[in-house]
Design a binder for this molecule. Structure first.
Ligand code: ATP
Ligand code: MG
Length: 326
């Protein structure tokens, strides 16, 4: 069942001298009870996509086109108050760099309780008691001792802080969780534990998760579906095994080759030469064509449509999808 549907989303940043086309005509869905991994190089528009869904863009950022449906309701048609009600209750977000987001002078539990109380729209004694009950429950969900909710952020290790961030995101029982690079600041062992935890939570609560990372090896282990972004565009979407074994876009294939041991094989790492384009002045045609080994005249002149490829859930935007890149 489709939980989130993003249709033809374009978000641009309007700067003094230029317009940065950070997200351009992006379409994807997140299914209930599934994890969608979103990957791509730094600056390709992952965070901007997430912030557009949350309606939390910085002032220069504007959604110039598109629709975003959560369980069939267009989030872009909601007014501020309606969106405030939706946020955290139905739609929850773990910010990139969220590990440092806790206020150092309040206990972790107080900060989570504050979010819950705001959503309850009551500051009564029973409301507070109810909120603290939820804080303790959410600590249990993420495998933290509920008594630790009385501790300050500096009394938590990095992994514990990450769990507490997830507890905060889960505190209002959301339907969809967007996690923006939640594990990049952690060492590999903690990272794996956190991912395992997200998977457990997702299974238990039938949650939809949009999991953003630039690390493909993380996605290979933890996601059901994968979306690959390049320079503000979605270039390929499919189930994880299709993407990793039968990825059809040259960028997807090159990205996979540029990471070590995703499939457990001993292979040479091949970095992608060149750099992503300036999104204030993106190349005409396919945005990947200047770095693509099989680009032709057509790729330089026309934007490839995002079309169904091998299966109904596999879509690719490439005139040469599936062709060998040698
Ligand atoms: N506040 C802003 N003002 C102007 N441009 C911005 C702003 N935020 C992001 N951008 C630009 O939008 C584009 C997409 O950025 P975004 O942060 O969404 O990328 P990302 O894929 O999340 O990157 P990373 O992996 O580094 O987090 C980049 O070109 C970036 O420079
Ligand atoms: Mg980002």
């Amino acid at each position: 069942m489709v939980l989130l549907e993003v249709k033809n989303l374009s978000t641009h940043f309007f700067l003094k001298e230029s317009r940065v086309r950070a997200v351009d005509d992006v379409c994807f869905t997140v299914e209930k009870g599934k994890i969608l991994g979103v990957a791509g190089e730094s600056g390709c528009g992952k965070t901007t996509t997430a912030l557009s869904i949350m309606r939390m863009l910085p002032p220069a950022g504007k959604i110039v086109k598109g629709e975003i449906y959560l369980e069939g309701i267009d989030l872009l048609k909601k007014n501020k108050e309606e969106m405030r009600q939706t946020k955290w209750k139905e739609l929850s977000y773990i910010f990139q760099y969220a590990m440092n987001a806790f206020n150092p002078v309040m206990t972790v539990g107080e900060q989570i309780a504050e979010v819950i109380i705001e959503k309850q729209d009551t500051n009564s004694k029973s409301g507070k008691k109810e909120a603290w009950k939820k804080v303790k429950e959410s600590f249990e969900i993420v495998g933290l001792d509920p008594d630790r909710s009385k501790n300050y952020p500096h009394e938590f290790s990095g992994g514990m802080r990450q769990r507490a961030i997830i507890a905060m995101a889960m505190a209002c029982d959301p339907k969809l969780l967007i996690a923006d690079e939640p594990v990049t600041a952690l060492d590999v062992i903690v990272e794996k534990k956190i991912l395992k935890l997200l998977r457990e939570i997702q299974t238990k609560y039938d949650l939809g998760i949009m999991f953003i990372t630039h690390d493909l090896s993380v996605i290979a282990e933890s996601c059901d579906e994968v979306a690959i972004m390049y320079a503000g565009k979605l270039v390929e979407v499919g189930d994880a095994s299709t993407i990793f074994h039968k990825g059809a876009h040259p960028y997807t294939r090159m990205l996979i080759r540029s990471f070590p041991s995703i499939l457990g094989e001993c292979k040479r790492i091949e970095p992608i030469s060149g750099i992503p384009p300036d999104l204030a002045n993106p190349p005409l045609g396919c945005r990947f064509h200047p770095r693509c080994p099989i680009a032709t005249k057509e790729c330089k002149e026309e934007i490839p449509p995002f079309e169904q490829f091998s299966t109904s859930r596999h879509q690719v935007a490439c005139f040469h999808a599936g062709e060998s890149i040698a």
